[in-house]
Design a binder for this molecule. Structure first.
Ligand SMILES: [Ca+2]
Ligand SMILES: [Ca+2]
Ligand SMILES: [Ca+2]
Length: 311
């Protein structure tokens, strides 16, 4: 059963991976090898193309060999540039078992294709509620688009990565992808033990990087009943230029504004210090048209409002 739509909808329920959360899993891949408890599976069994300079048949670990962003940081990466183009790459990076104890669990991670536009790598995030056998990963919770047909304008269905700001021309070949943060709710798995897999299933592209895989849940104290007034207004809605975020509360705590796309991408994130009110004008003119969520965190209390960007 696919839970993709359910997960995206459920983004609007809970919190972020910072204060007042418990960490259920965190991996930064900075040890230059497969982390303990993780699995690395080369399902395709196809040899790499010698021109790639890569011999690892599946995921490998170290500095991102072709990315422009975060190059000093070690990441998990996998190459889809194989000898022969079909049937394509299938490299699985599987987490240890994660016990999802309640509906506040969130999965956060980062990814980047080595190129944007021509030969852009895509992948899927899939979940198993039973075992690490590949056939057990029956829930697809996120899909990222890959380039298809050797045409820099054609992509498979899925969320698009964007180019690095150094060269934002997404139609150019060999433009580096930007390491982007993504987040989705695991509330559908409350009460279950799951495995999450990053399935690099691109055909004939180059290298995909994944980093900072984090699973959190709200700390028990954070979901107790609380009193107080928490008023969030975002306007105008829809907007094409500037979004005003106005907030008033009877409780003064650390304020943070985060904006997520409907696909779960963090497009804005700013801490605002300790206060009980806030008025902030945020430029959204660079964002693609579509629906977004504003999360305003006040300590462990979160308001969520939806708005639309129109062109
Ligand atoms: Ca890292
Ligand atoms: Ca492979
Ligand atoms: Ca491709």
């Amino acid at each position: 059963m696919k839970k993709q739509l359910l997960s995206i909808a459920a983004i609007a329920c809970f919190s972020f991976a910072n204060a007042q959360t418990d960490t259920l899993l965190y991996e930064n891949f900075n040890s230059d090898s497969l982390p303990a408890g993780w699995m690395n599976v080369d399902q395709d069994s196809l040899p790499q193309d010698p021109s790639s300079g890569i011999t690892d048949p599946a995921w490998f670990f170290g500095n991102f060999i072709v990315g422009s962003t975060d190059s000093a940081e070690m990441v998990a990466q996998s190459s889809s540039w194989l000898q022969g183009f079909a049937p394509g790459n299938k490299d699985w990076l599987i987490t240890p078992a994660i016990s999802i104890t309640d509906s506040t669990a969130m999965l956060t991670w980062e990814s980047a294709p080595s190129q944007v536009g021509l030969y852009q790598d895509g992948y899927k995030v899939v979940v198993s509620t039973t075992t690490t056998a590949l056939a057990s990963f029956t829930d697809t919770v996120a899909v990222y688009a890959q380039n298809i047909n050797d045409d820099a304008t054609q992509f498979s269905t899925g969320t698009m990565h964007t180019a690095s700001s150094a060269n934002p021309d997404t139609t150019a070949p060999f433009d580096n992808g930007l390491l982007a943060q993504w987040q989705l709710s695991l509330s559908a798995y409350s009460g279950q033990t799951i495995y999450v897999a990053f399935l690099h299933d691109s055909d004939d592209d180059f290298v995909l990087a994944v980093d900072d895989v984090l699973v959190t849940k709200l700390a028990a104290a954070s979901i107790e009943e609380r009193t107080g007034v928490y008023d969030l207004n975002v306007y105008p809605n829809p907007t094409s230029d500037v979004l005003q975020v106005k907030y008033n509360s009877t409780v003064s705590d650390q304020l943070q504004i985060t904006i997520l796309s409907i696909g779960g991408k963090v497009v804005y994130n700013k801490m605002h210090g300790t206060n009980n009110q806030l008025q902030q004008a945020i430029s959204v003119s660079e964002l693609p048209a579509g629906n977004y969520f504003v999360y305003l965190r006040n300590g462990d209390h979160i308001n969520i409002e939806k708005f639309a960007v129109v062109k």
